[in-house]
Design a binder for this molecule. Sequence first.
Ligand code: FEO
Length: 397
Amino acid sequence: MNPVEIKKGIYWVGAVDWNVRAFHGHTYSTPRGTTYNAYLIVDDKIALVDTVLGSFSEEMLARIREIVDPSRIDYVIANHVETDHSGALPALMKLCPKAKVLGTQRCGDGLYRSYYGKWDFTAVKTGDSLNLGKKTLSFIEAPMIHWPDSMFTYCPEETLLLPNDAFGQHLASSQRFADEVDPCALWDEAKKYYANILWPLGQIIGKKITDVAAAKLKIDMIAPSHGLIWRREPEKIIQSYLAWSRQETAPKAVIVYETMWEATAKMARCIASGLIDAGVQVKIYDINTSDRTEIFKEMLDSRAFCLGSSTHDNSMLPAMAGFMHLVEGFRPKGRIAALFGSYGWSGGAVKDLEAMAGAAGIELPLPSLQVKYSMDDAQKAACYEMGREFAKRILSK
Ligand code: FEO
C-alpha cells in the first residue's frame, strides 16, 4: 500500500494491523483490527509525526522511502510515548540519528525509559511551535488524552489537527478517510474506542475541547493515530466527544449478569421483559459469553444498568467481580442500577454488587432482588415488576 497524501505535502505513512484482536493486553477486543497512523510532513524541513508499533517499523520505513530517504528527516514529533505510537522510533532513529525528537517532558522521560536511546530530545509546551518552511507545527499539551505525556500537534496553514489517540477508532481498512468506509462500522468503533479508553477522562476531554474551541483554531481535518481520518465534517466527531464527555444518556438499559445454573439468567430475562413492556430499550449480556468491550460501548450512553450474579463462596462470581471493578474505574455519572441474583444456601452476591455499584457512584433506586435456587411464579412476577418499576425511574430521570 502506497503512502497517501492527506494534505499537500503531508502523507500518511503508517501501518494497518488487520489481525490484532486484543489491545492493551487483553483489556480491549479489536474484532476489526486497527491502524497505527504516522504522518510525514515534507517542507523545507521534514518532520514525522508519530510512528507505529515496533513490529511494523519496516512497513512505515518503506512508506517513508517512497517519498524521501528517512535520513533526511529533521524532526520527529512524539505526541505520545505509548508503544503503539513510539515502537518504531529505535529503528527510525538509526537512519536519522541527528533528527531532533520533540514531545512533552513526560514523553521524553517515557521514551528514555522505554528505549534508552541517546536522541536529541527537546521538550515542548502548549504554545510552542516549529517552523518547517511554509508550514508550522504548533503543540498543545493534552495530559490524560490518553496518558499524562500526550499532546496534540496542529498545522495552522493546513487547518489540520493531529491529536494522536483522541478521535481514533480501532478499525483496519484499505481506505484512509472516514467518509470512504461503512459509517455504521466507523461510528460503532469510534464510540467503542471512547467508551473503553477515554470514558473515565471525560471531564479532561470536555475541558480540552472547550479550550481548543476558545483558541479559535480552524480545523477542517482531524488525523488521529488510530483508524480513519476525519476529512469531512470533523465537527461531528468533536460534538460526539463533547456529548460523551458530558455523560449524556438515552433511556436505555444494559443488563449484565453471570450465572451458574441459569437461575440468575432467567431473572435477567424476566426483568428485561418488564423493561421492554414498559417501553425501555434493552440489551442483555451474559458476561462469560459476551465481548466486554462491546458491553462498555453499549453502557456509554445508557441511563440504566441491571447487574446480576449468582452467589459462589458467599460472593459474586469472578467474571462479574472483574467487570464491576472496571465499572468502578469508569466512574459513570448520573446512572441508576437494579441488582439481582440467585443463591443456594447463603446469599452474598447481591451484597457485593451493592457495594461495588455504590463505590462506582451508581444510584440504586429499588431494593435488590434475590432468589433461592430458582424462581417460583411469585418471584417471576416480582422480577417482571422490578423491570416495569425500573422503567418508570429510567423514563422519568
Ligand atoms: Fe494508541 Fe495511548 O496509545
